[in-house]
Every structure is written in C-alpha cells, then in structure tokens.
Ligand binder design. Structure first.
Ligand code: ZN
Length: 299
C-alpha cells in the first residue's frame, strides 16, 4: 500500500530536516508526525557540528552555559556558513577561525574553559581594536595536524555593541546560548554584505567569506524592514531573523526559558544603527522618497 503524508514516520521527517535550508527548517514542524521542536533539534545538531572542530563535544553544554553567563555569542564566518547550509549559496571560502564576543570583563570563565581545552592565547595588539572592543585575544591549539584558532573579542560594554561596530552587515549575525540571530537576514542569506556608511574598514577583501556589494540596486522587491536607510534599534528590532535552538531531549533547556525569546541579547544595550542614508532599490518607496526630496531641495 502506498504511503500518504500522514504515514511518514517522525524519524524519516527528522532525516528530511537535515537537508532543509535554515529558512525552511521551521516549516517542518507543521508536517504530520513531525516532532513539534524538530527545527530546534536540527539547528542544535548543526551548531554542534559547526563547533566540533573548536570545542570538544563533552564540554558543549558547559561552553553554552558560559556563553550565557558572559552575555556572549559566537559571531562571524562560522555563523554565516551555518546559515547558508543546504542552500545554493556558498561562502567564498571556509571559515579560518571561530569568533566569540563577550560583555566587558566577563571573559574570565571562557578563557579558563578554552585553556582547559588545550588552547594557548596571546592578546593582540590594541591596533586591532575598534572603538567598541576592549581586548582581542587569539587562542590556538594544534589538533590532528591542523591549527585551530579562536578569536575572542571583549566589548567595552555589551557584546551586541561590539557586533554592531563591524563595518560589514554580513558580520552582524550571532549564535547565542539559545538563538541564532541575523540582523540583516536578506543580504546575509545571499552571502552579500553592505559596508556601513562612515565605518572604518580594516579587513581586506581577500579575508572575507562573503561578497561586498556597493548597494541594493539589484533588489527587486520592496525592502520593508531590510531597507538599508531604515534606522534600526536593538530593543524590539523588527528587521532581525531569530531562530531558537536551545532544546535538549525535546524540551527547552534552562538556557532557553520561554521568557527569553532570543531577544535578550539584543536588549542588553539600546543601540541604533543603519547601513546608510540612501536606498538604491527601485521597488522601494524609500528610494522614490529620496528622489522626490532631492527634486524639492534642488529644483
Ligand atoms: Zn529600501
């Protein structure tokens, strides 16, 4: 007798979920027989796989608990590679290291954990810091004939301030102890990045795993919350994509309490930012308004 969709067993659905892109993963929970937290369980698995080269899996829970207590997050190329998994878009190169960011003066326990994992560290020259980063420390260890590298950035205030101080929108994505957050999901899922107007650019393009685009002229749909000229704010930001993942054996863990819907990381500090003062998308009302305003100011 042929199977219908109601007969597909939950373990087969869990297997199918491993092939879904992140953007579609949360739709899998609506399938008959699917575990209601299938998306969180699969995202947690992907995060574990992504971290395995850097953190031994026996310390995964401890690592995430420390990340929670230091207000920290994983950021950078490892997060983007995970976001692009199972999509036709590929990062330009493999991540060279794992980036972690923490709140001011909260990195001590994390440093101890990394040393117990066999890492040795050096504090990098203060020239590497920008106005929102207090300290950058490079952790390395040799493992299976390769060098594993973790870059720890300690914010001068909260971790979110350091994340938003990057010149590239593609770097504004994090994995916290309970969520994956992308502040510019439309461009990041395309592996594209805008450069934030007026920012200092220290990275050379050869180091980047994403493509830097000059503007959003290639967009064809109205920008909505993703408009580069729209002012954004960390509390109640409507432009962010947030995916929760903190489940263990099908239940939310103590890190992923229902009271924290993933916004807590953003709430730590009220900040405003935007990419620039212009939108170049012809389908966006903001671009049309800009041109109307120019015609009025400079007839
Ligand atoms: Zn726009």
């Amino acid at each position: 007798m042929p199977l219908n969709e109601l007969d597909v067993p939950h373990d087969a659905i869990a297997h199918i979920a491993t092939f879904l892109p992140l953007e579609r993963l949360f739709e899998a929970a609506a399938l008959p027989n699917a575990h209601p937290m299938i998306a969180q369980i699969e995202l947690r698995r992907r995060i574990q796989v992504a971290l395995e080269p850097y953190i031994s899996m026996s310390t995964f829970i401890e690592f995430m608990d420390i990340l929670r207590s230091c207000g920290g997050a994983i950021t950078g190329s490892v997060v983007r590679e995970l976001m692009l998994q199972n999509t036709p878009v590929r990062p330009l190169r493999k991540p060279a290291n794992l980036n972690i960011v923490t709140n001011f003066c909260m990195e001590g326990t994390l440093r101890s954990l990394l040393r117990s994992e066999g890492y040795t560290s050096t504090v990098l020259d203060h020239q590497q810091n920008n106005g929102h980063v207090d300290l950058v420390e490079r952790f390395v260890k040799r493992c299976d004939g390769t060098t594993r590298c973790i870059i720890l950035s300690v914010s001068k205030s909260n971790a979110i301030a350091a994340v938003l101080s990057t010149p590239f929108t593609a770097q504004m994505c994090v994995i916290t102890h309970n969520s994956l957050i992308s502040l510019h999901p439309k461009s990041t899922f395309a592996n594209e990045s805008f450069v934030v107007e007026g920012s200092e650019r220290k990275a050379t393009l050869a180091d980047l795993t994403f493509e830097v685009v000059p503007d959003n002229a290639h967009w064809t749909e109205p920008c909505g919350t993703q408009c580069p000229m729209r002012w954004r704010k960390t509390p109640d930001d409507t432009g962010a994509a947030i995916y929760s993942w903190a489940v263990e054996e099908g239940r939310f863990t103590s890190w992923g309490m229902a009271a924290d819907d993933g916004q807590a990381f953003l709430y730590e500090e009220p900040l405003v930012w935007r990419v620039g003062h212009r939108c170049f998308n012809r389908a966006c009302p903001n671009m049309q308004l800009y041109h109307e305003r120019l015609a009025y100011l400079f007839p």
